[in-house]
Design a protein around this ligand. Structure first.
Ligand SMILES: Nc1nc2c(ncn2[C@@H]2O[C@H](COP(=O)(O)OP(=O)(O)OP(=O)(O)O)[C@@H](O)[C@H]2O)c(=O)[nH]1
Ligand SMILES: [Mg+2]
Length: 305
């Protein structure tokens, strides 16, 4: 570049998509260097579109973490998750398609079909590289993927350990269009503290409870108030049936206490303040299959891109 030429700022939106449980949220957190999105071993952990913003010098990356695209569309919630994910692919500058290097399924196939229909550059990520014992297994996978569609690139990576992440970021930087930054350089998300707090409580519940229960619950913040040096937070855990309420509360309240303790400790780190956290469990029959209930519990159409 000649001395008279001025370097331009760049800014672009990158959607992270894939079926549930492949490591999309882990990848976004790894890139940001902060735990913003919640993660768990159970599929369908992410329920909301969530921006993670990273500004490095003149480049601003606006990542969109999305719910896993899945083929079970039984409830209004399932359909909402798919809408939130697929609408995030529109109007972005690049798409990161995450797959689990150990397992290709019909749900990956379905996401691939959606990607073939759009024109954004797509980077395929073969994630969980740390779990792939034999690296020779990667070659047929890369060949299979490249035969499917024209990817911008295919990068094996470990979101958990960090291998390959820098390469992905470099590749993405080359795809960012020139333009002014949309967010302040120290801004990391578009979401409120209130939202992040509800999510973090839901993460603890998802991780501590058995297989089915996480899908029957949601968390709503009822109170979020500064009281001197302490932030006073009250949250309602909504479940669908009386029996589920008992399980969430546990024997003599033990489960709820344990969730509350873990959540409070993490939230104090997240917010950098002391917290007084109260959790209540309440029943709202059928909320996850009721469009109006979903809206009022924060699963809103205006949160979709
Ligand atoms: N070994 C290993 N595990 C990983 C890696 N990336 C993610 N995981 C694990 O995979 C599980 C799912 O990760 P998430 O980041 O929640 O997956 P997701 O794609 O966001 O899932 P949904 O939000 O449900 O769509 C978690 O237990 C992660 O710790 C990786 O690179 N290696
Ligand atoms: Mg996720």
């Amino acid at each position: 570049m000649s001395g008279t030429e001025k370097q331009q700022s760049k800014s672009g939106v990158v959607a992270i998509v894939g079926r549930p449980n492949v490591g999309k949220s882990t990848l976004m957190n790894r890139i940001l260097g902060e735990k913003l999105s919640i993660t768990s071993r159970k599929p369908q952990t992410t329920r909301h579109r969530l921006l993670g913003i990273k500004t490095v010098g003149l480049s601003q990356f606006i990542y969109v973490d999305t719910p896993g695209i899945h083929s079970n569309v039984e409830t209004a919630m399932n359909r909402y998750l798919n809408r939130a994910a697929t609408s995030s692919m529109d109007d972005v500058d690049a798409v990161v398609f995450v797959i689990d290097g150990e397992k290709w399924s019909s749900e990956d196939e379905a996401v691939l079909e959606l990607l073939k229909k759009q024109r954004r550059p797509v980077i395929a990520i073969i994630n969980k590289l740390d779990q792939i014992g034999n690296r020779e297994k990667l070659l047929p996978m890369i060949e299979k993927l490249s035969g499917q569609m024209e990817f911008n690139s295919i990068i094996p990576l470990s979101a958990l350990k960090g291998q390959g992440v820098e390469q992905l970021e470099k590749q993405l930087e080359s795809l960012l269009p020139e333009g002014s930054h949309l967010y302040d350089e120290d801004q990391i998300t578009d979401r409120s503290e209130r939202f992040l707090v509800a999510e973090r409580i839901r993460e603890k519940l998802t991780r501590q409870l058995g297989q089915e229960l996480p899908y029957a619950l949601t968390v709503e913040i009822e109170q979020f108030k500064e009281a001197g040096k302490i932030t006073d937070i009250a949250a309602v855990i909504w479940v669908e049936r009386e029996g589920q309420k008992g399980i969430v509360i546990g024997k003599k309240g033990s489960r709820l206490r344990s969730v509350g303790k873990e959540a409070r400790e993490e939230l104090e780190q997240l917010l950098g303040r002391k917290i007084f956290l109260q959790l209540w469990v309440k029943v709202r029959a059928g909320w996850s299959d009721d469009d109006r209930a979903l809206q009022s519990l924060g699963y809103r159409e205006d949160q979709l891109l």
